[in-house]
Structures are given as C-alpha cells and as structure tokens.
Design a protein around this ligand. Structure first.
Ligand code: HEM
Ligand code: HEM
Length: 189
C-alpha cells in the first residue's frame, strides 16, 4: 500500500444510541430464537427486551431526527428499483446512511420483531393462552427471523465487499466513509 496515499475521509454516522439499540435488538432477537423451545421465563424476558428495543426504534423512526427518521432514508419503490438496477450494472451510489434496499430490510426486521414480540405477549394473556392460532402465528413470525436475518447479513456483507467498506465495523465504531458532500444521504445523525 502507498504510505503517502490520502486516507478516505470518514464521518461519525451511527451515534452511540443507534449502535446500542442495534446490538441490543440483534442480540435479544437471536437469544429469543435460541431459547424458544417451550417458551419459558428466559425466552419471555429476552423477547420483552427485543420488543422494547424494536418499539423504541420504531418510535425514533417516526418522531426522531436525522438518521433515526424513516422518512430520511426509506425511498419509494421506483428509487429502490433504480438502486437494484444500478447494483446490477455495478453503478450504485455509496450511501452514508442506509441504502434503499437496506432501508426496506430494516423495516422488515423491525416489523417482524414487533409482531413476534406482540404475539408472544398475547399468548401469555389469560384470554389467548392455549389458543392455537396465536401460538402458530407467534411461531411463524419467530421462525421468519431466520431468512430475514440471513438476507440482512448477506446484504451487509455484499455491500461491504462492493463498497470496500466494513459495514459491521461501522456499526461498532460508528464511522463511515464520505465520498462527496451529499453522498446519497439526506440525513445525518
Ligand atoms: C436479529 C438480528 C438483527 C436485527 C433485528 C437487526 C436489525 C437492524 C436494524 C433495525 C438496523 C437499522 C439500524 C438503525 O438505523 O437504527 C440494522 C442495521 C445494520 N445491521 Fe443489523 N440486525 C440484526 C443483526 C445483525 C448482525 C448479526 C449484523 C452483523 C453481521 C448486523 C449488521 C448491521 C449493519 C452493518 C447495519 C447498518 C447497515 C448500513 O450500513 O446501512 N445486524 N440492523
Ligand atoms: C421478539 C422475539 C421473539 C422470538 C424471535 C420468539 C420466537 C419464538 C419461537 C420460534 C417459538 C416456537 C414456536 C413453535 O415452535 O411453534 C416461540 C414460542 C414461545 N414464545 Fe416466543 N419469541 C419472541 C418473543 C416472545 C415473547 C415477548 C413472549 C412472551 C412474553 C414469548 C412467549 C413464547 C411462548 C410462551 C412460547 C411457547 C409456545 C408453546 O409452544 O407453547 N415469545 N417463540
């Protein structure tokens, strides 16, 4: 490597609360899945942590500012399709925040987390305890986590390789590369 080559400019993109919430949600969802056999206190506790983290992220997505806000990074179907086509042609832009496909992935993961947590709670209430459809719905939503997580991680790895930027490390230290002042991002932290 050329020692005199200029280092790429980076910027703090994911604030400490964004990172804490992400890893709390990720770990508690994975822990809920691992402990699901027969329900049980540990499963219920990790499930409630996941539900609380997901609800907080949704509230920040609706009422927060900067990169928290869904309206700042969720694009319409046409823009998302254009981004997918740009990937196909190897001409996609670099995004400082979420790219349009990643943004829909975020919504899908949050929807699954809220719906799974809610149906899990519902199943423990007197009214719905032992009701087959609630149990089946909760199980189906819980199992849907596996393909969603696989897609999420695949998208992160693909984008990391394509953009030559370690996105997992970014979600740990918070910094991302900035290529131009706009850089496909409409919002900052
Ligand atoms: C069930 C587990 C997981 C859930 C529910 C989840 C959910 C999310 C959510 C909601 C975001 C958006 C963050 C925000 O704007 O607040 C996100 C982003 C991200 N996640 Fe996860 N995640 C999970 C597991 C993982 C794992 C295991 C990794 C590491 C391989 C990972 C890496 C990332 C990265 C790098 C981003 C930022 C992507 C970007 O640069 O646009 N996630 N995830
Ligand atoms: C949000 C994260 C959660 C995930 C990923 C998850 C996932 C699962 C899965 C996959 C099952 C097995 C279903 C089956 O095999 O048919 C299960 C069962 C169960 N879950 Fe959850 N769950 C979550 C949250 C919760 C919460 C918040 C509660 C309640 C407080 C809960 C209560 C239960 C109970 C009682 C069962 C056992 C049902 C039975 O087979 O009798 N879960 N969960």
């Amino acid at each position: 490597m050329n020692a005199t080559a200029p280092r790429a400019a980076t910027r703090l993109v994911w604030s400490v609360p964004v990172r804490l919430l992400h890893w709390t949600l990720a770990l508690s969802m994975i822990a809920s899945f691992v402990t699901h056999e027969g329900g049980g206190a540990l499963h219920e506790w990790t499930g409630y942590v996941a539900l609380a983290a997901a609800l907080l992220r949704v509230a920040m997505g609706l009422f927060g500012s900067g990169l928290w806000r869904f309206s700042g990074f969720v694009r319409g179907l046409r823009a998302t399709r254009d981004y997918a086509l740009a990937i196909w042609r190897r001409r996609e832009r670099h995004y400082v925040g979420h790219n349009p496909l990643g943004a829909w992935m975020v919504l899908a993961l949050l929807a699954d987390a809220v719906a799974t947590g809610f149906t899990g709670w519902l199943y423990t209430t007197d009214r719905f305890w032992g009701v087959a459809w609630v149990e089946e719905l909760h199980g189906a939503l819980g199992h849907a986590l596996v393909p969603l997580l696989a897609l999420h991680v695949a998208g992160v790895v693909f984008t990391s390789l394509r953009q030559r930027e370690n996105l997992v490390a970014s979600m740990l230290h918070g910094r991302k590369r900035v290529e131009s002042p706009a850089d496909g991002s409409r919002a900052e932290t």
